[in-house]
Ligand binder design. Structure first.
Ligand code: M6R
Length: 605
């Protein structure tokens, strides 16, 4: 959950590293650093606590070079400090290393091999760089051999390393296991990055790396060696994304831009996956594999898990196939009893979430078919699943996921429609998904145009309280969970998403005078019941707010949502919740895009 960048053979190395790190800040932003070497005997190490902007301010004009490495950190081992920031270096100043991931046996390695070595930091990374140095000296190994020997001793669920050796100052050494790392191929130079986003200004051609490979990169050569020591030839793939798409333009925060992009994402999904007449255009083999299953298992984390809860309703209603939804970090280690013919659907915006990947590894070992629904082409979960469907939502940079959630639900609806048609479900045949997604896009636009109202509601309901409830039943409950997560993660209000009927079984004791309780009422069957549950909280002093589908609205409701098919109402009802969270965070003066303690891509278990 850190970001790594590297470059060799470019006199603008410092600029490339800093720009790249800025693009990777979503992966971690508690400390950062760069190391550059100018090939003429000058090298520089600059590290800081805080964001890349702090690092920039510490990089003085004399810092220059043509080869270098950089890192933005989300702390795992050791507190946030300059000493714990990367790059880490060996005590003789020869090797410099940046690292993403966790080395489980670093304490054992330290005790076994490095008991006489003084350490500057509390990190597992420093153990690795000191070990490389030790093997280079004591076993008289060159940098690559010492790197390989060290790698062979490491136990870690996932890691990625990028190393430099002052004795070969134009060379980058790279290795990874499960953690994402790409090599970008430039004209006379090469780059390394955790995510192609970081280097789109430099190149659109990237090489993916496989676990166990070790790569040596010089300005004009990328030499890949597999785990058995064989040379590997690999062609770069083209990343078809404009570098501007990763900028926030005139928006104050990425989150607001991404909320506003949702109507277009709906249209893009319809264009990509539906014919002019609305027939789903999904790979026949994928549909056949899903048809052959007796149960779907949706696996995801956080917001993606919440999108899966809505997906369950879609698959069960439209395709009539039993569907379970699981939190990936739980499923990985407490696997439930599976049906005879399971089919797995991984929902993951980033395609890199370690918890979800752990489940996929087990699924692959067991030989079950799987689909990854992701926003990131060529991401780990995309490569490793049997099938992939892309969300086409454009880069999502804000830590709080918004457009990926709605894109996941819309794509689940398209897939459920395709599957339902294949299995001859009348309800699927009658479900005009193209028309519905059009209505959703228009409805979303109407909601995002009501920003002033939502800012006012945030002021009236959420700014003065340190707790809040979102409640609803069925898929309104699923949206409540997502709404509460949004509010928690960016505004630090203690929020709960709750099944409204369950409140009276204990949790209603928390309601006191002025507690904000926000009710979602979008489903005809449960509208009256949720209203009663809201009344129960009002009777105990709650300050209630309703988010209601137009055809179910009554006098006094606060926010009225346009009508679309009930199954797709989460696509609309979540949008005001996203904006309520946004304005609460904004008006508290918080960093909306980079909330405390979090990172966008969670590549540790
Ligand atoms: O990339 P993924 O969809 O697999 O990420 C899963 C969660 O970490 C993510 O959805 C997280 O909950 C969001 N930051 C919430 O806004």
């Amino acid at each position: 959950m850190c970001g790594i960048v590297g470059v060799t053979g470019n006199d603008n190395a410092v600029k490339i590293l800093l720009n790249g790190l800025e693009k990777l800040e979503y992966r971690g932003y508690d400390s950062a650093g760069i190391y550059v070497n100018d090939q003429k005997g000058q090298d520089y190490l600059v590290k800081t606590k805080g964001r890349i902007s702090e690092l920039r301010s510490k990089v003085t004009p004399d810092v220059h070079g043509s080869t270098g490495i950089g890192h933005t950190r989300w702390a795992t081992h050791g507190v946030v400090s300059v000493a714990n920031a990367h790059p880490h270096f060996s005590n003789d100043d020869r090797f410099y290393l940046v690292h993403n991931g966790v080395i489980d046996n670093f304490q054992e390695l330290k005790a076994k091999y490095l008991s006489d070595v003084p350490f500057r930091s509390q990190t597992d990374t420093e153990v690795v760089v000191q070990l490389i140095d030790k093997f280079a000296i004591e076993d008289n190994l060159d940098a690559k051999a010492a790197f390989l020997k060290t790698l062979s001793l490491l136990k870690g669920s996932s890691y990625a390393f990028l190393m430099m050796d002052r004795e070969q100052p134009d060379t980058l050494f790279v290795a990874k296991n499960k953690s994402p790392l790409l090599i970008g191929v430039g004209d006379g130079f090469n780059v390394v990055c955790s995510d192609a986003l970081a280097m789109l200004k430099e190149t659109h051609n990237f090489l993916e790396l496989m676990d166990g490979e070790v790569v040596t990169i010089t300005p004009d050569k990328v030499a890949i060696q597999d785990a058995d020591g064989n040379a590997v030839e690999r062609k770069p793939f083209h990343v078809d994304m404009n570098a501007d798409e990763t900028d926030k333009g005139t928006y104050p925060f990425y989150m607001l831009k991404e909320v506003d992009e949702q109507p277009n994402v709906m249209r893009k999904l319809a264009q990509t996956y539906l014919s002019e007449h609305g027939e789903p255009q999904i790979d026949d083999k994928l549909i056949a594999a899903m048809e052959a299953a007796d149960r779907l298992y949706i696996v995801g984390a956080g917001t993606s898990y919440h999108a899966g809860l809505v997906g369950k309703r879609l698959f069960e209603n439209l395709a009539h196939i039993p569907t379970e939804v699981h939190v990936s970090s739980e499923f990985a280690y407490e696997q439930p009893m599976l049906s005879k013919k399971p089919f797995f659907i991984f929902l993951t915006q980033s395609g890199e979430t370690a918890d979800s990947r752990e489940v996929l590894v087990n699924v692959n070992d067991a030989g079950y078919p799987s689909l990854t629904i992701t926003n990131v082409q060529n991401s780990t979960l995309s490569r490793e699943a049997t099938y992939t469907l892309l969300l086409h939502a454009g880069p999502e940079i804000a830590v709080a996921s918004t457009k990926a959630y709605t894109a996941q639900i819309a794509l689940e609806a398209i897939l459920a429609k395709a599957l339902g048609e294949a299995t001859g479900q009348i309800v699927a045949q009658n479900f005009n998904i193209r028309q519905q997604l059009g209505l959703v896009a228009t409805g979303m636009q109407a909601i995002v145009d009501e920003k002033d109202t939502l800012e006012q509601l945030s002021n009236d309901y959420l700014m003065k309280s340190n707790k809040a409830f979102y409640i609803g039943r069925g898929i309104d409950h699923a949206v409540s969970l997502e709404a509460a997560l949004k509010l928690k993660e960016i505004s630090y209000v203690q929020a709960e998403g709750f099944a409204s009927g369950e409140l009276k079984h204990g949790t209603i004791a928390l309601i006191e005078k002025g507690t904000p309780v926000i009710g979602f009422i979008t489903q005809a069957k449960t509208a009256g019941l949720t209203r009663s549950n809201l009344q129960e909280t009002m009777a105990r002093g709650a300050k209630t707010l309703t988010i209601v589908r137009e055809s179910l609205a009554i006098e006094g409701d606060n926010l009225i949502l346009p009508d679309v098919d009930e199954m797709l109402m989460p696509l609309l009802s979540v949008v005001p919740a996203q904006l309520l969270a946004y304005y609460t965070s904004l008006n508290k003066g918080l960093d909306v895009d980079k909330p405390r303690n979090l990172a966008k891509s969670v590549t540790v278990e």
